[in-house]
Write a protein that binds this ligand. Structure first.
Ligand code: BGC
Ligand code: MN
Length: 391
């Protein structure tokens, strides 16, 4: 009788271990890919490397403090029948609306305008003759390696200020975000070295939308604008898709006289501008431009149209879209699945003009669950409260 020989036992145990590993791996992957912005992956990453902004007891607790029900809800567990995730009751230690916290509650400003003015001359734009095409590094690297590389060159929260001259442009880079962790690493790895050469002062703000509603890129940018202004009086804002990498370092991220559409020539669009009024991808506006048009509309849920609506707003405010030449304003787009287009986008666009005054930074409702300063970016976890139905 062979029975359960030693060799068979070893095979059996080894097989069971492999099976466990595979199941564990699949579970982890599903978790990350299922569209949960609060996936275990993100929570682990976020909490391993972040320190809480300002360390004040008034500031929100980590999303790790989440209740089991909330976790299930966000992860599409058995209780997740509802599509809207408004479970704030579970976040007892989290203020409902951080937008009322006064500026002084925040840690020291990332940079001062006056500090070095007596010592240094004003920064000038880099000479275009020193610049040209660049090749982005698209190899996926873990965030901790990127932080180890770039962290020492930056101030906490992914802020930077030139040390040999007085920056003339204080630029908030606002990145609307959900579920693109791999892109985030590649983006940070490329954008910091690119920006550090530009003699501007900047800080990277990643605004992540919680689950429960379709992604609202425009609303995340509105939130980024409002929140970034609580940190510093930025002169201008560059709204930046996380999957776009600049391909030429003459593409300056400074403050434009007129709103500037930056991502003119994208590889996936054959390096051609698809149409004149396009304002998506990467765009730059001053604080005044953005305020003059009441920011973006909050009514565009899902893919498409929100940038066209901004384009209409600019026209309405007698502002022009400016652009750098196609040979300079070039970008590489990182690969991703095609998003599902919002079927209501054309209808929204048509109604848009009548809603400029009532739909924008003056009407956005949101809750910030978490603000964290990572070495290479400042991260906000935001839940949008504006309803999808009204749009
Ligand atoms: C959408 C825009 C998008 C553009 C380019 C348009 O149809 O409305 O939001 O930026 O296509 O992809
Ligand atoms: Mn894209």
């Amino acid at each position: 009788m062979i029975g359960f020989t030693r060799a068979n036992l070893i095979r059996f145990v080894a097989g069971a271990i492999c099976l466990l590993l595979v199941v564990n791996f699949l579970g982890f992957r599903t978790d990350g890919a299922s569209g949960t912005s609060l996936s275990k992956l993100s929570i682990r990453r976020v909490h391993k490397y972040a320190h809480i902004y300002g360390n004040s007891s008034k500031l929100p607790a980590a999303p790790l403090a989440m209740s089991k029900e909330r976790e299930q809800l966000l992860e599409g567990g058995p209780n997740s029948t509802s599509t809207t995730v408004i479970a704030t009751a579970n976040f007892t230690s989290i203020p409902q609306d951080l937008s009322h916290i006064p500026l002084s509650t925040y840690k020291a400003l990332p940079m001062g305008r006056k500090t070095s003015s007596a010592l240094h001359a004003n920064c000038t734009d880099p000479d275009p003759r020193d610049g040209g095409p660049i090749t982005p590094n698209t190899t996926l690297e873990s965030l901790d390696i990127i932080e180890a590389e770039l962290g020492p060159l930056l101030r906490p929260g992914g802020a930077f200020q030139p040390d040999k001259c007085n920056a003339q442009h204080h630029v908030a880079i606002v990145v609307p975000f959900r579920d693109r962790y791999a892109h985030l690493s590649v983006f940070l790895r490329n954008i910091h070295p690119f920006l550090m050469k530009q003699r501007i002062a900047y800080r990277i703000f990643i605004v992540e939308q919680t689950n429960g509603k379709p992604f609202n890129r425009a609303a995340m940018m509105n939130i980024g604008f409002l929140e970034a202004l609580k940190v510093f009086q930025w002169d201008c804002f560059i709204f930046h898709d996380v999957d776009l990498l600049p391909l030429d370092d003459r593409n300056l991220y400074n403050c434009p006289r007129q709103p500037r559409h930056m991502s003119v020539a994208i590889d996936t669009l054959n390096f051609k501008l698809p149409y004149r009024s396009i304002f998506g991808g990467v765009s730059a506006m001053t604080r005044e431009h953005f305020q003059a048009v009441n920011g973006f509309s909050n009514s565009f849920f899902g893919w498409g149209g929100e940038d066209d609506d901004m384009s209409n707003r600019l026209k309405h405010a007698n502002l022009f879209i400016s652009r750098y030449p196609v040979n300079i304003a070039r970008y590489k787009m990182l690969k991703h699945q095609k998003e599902k287009a919002n079927p209501k986008r054309y209808e929204n666009l048509q109604n848009g003009m009548s809603k400029i005054e009532s739909d924008g930074i003056n009407s956005i409702k949101y809750v910030i669950y978490s603000i964290k300063e990572f070495p290479t970016f400042t991260w906000y976890l935001a839940e949008l409260k504006n309803s999808e139905r009204k749009s």
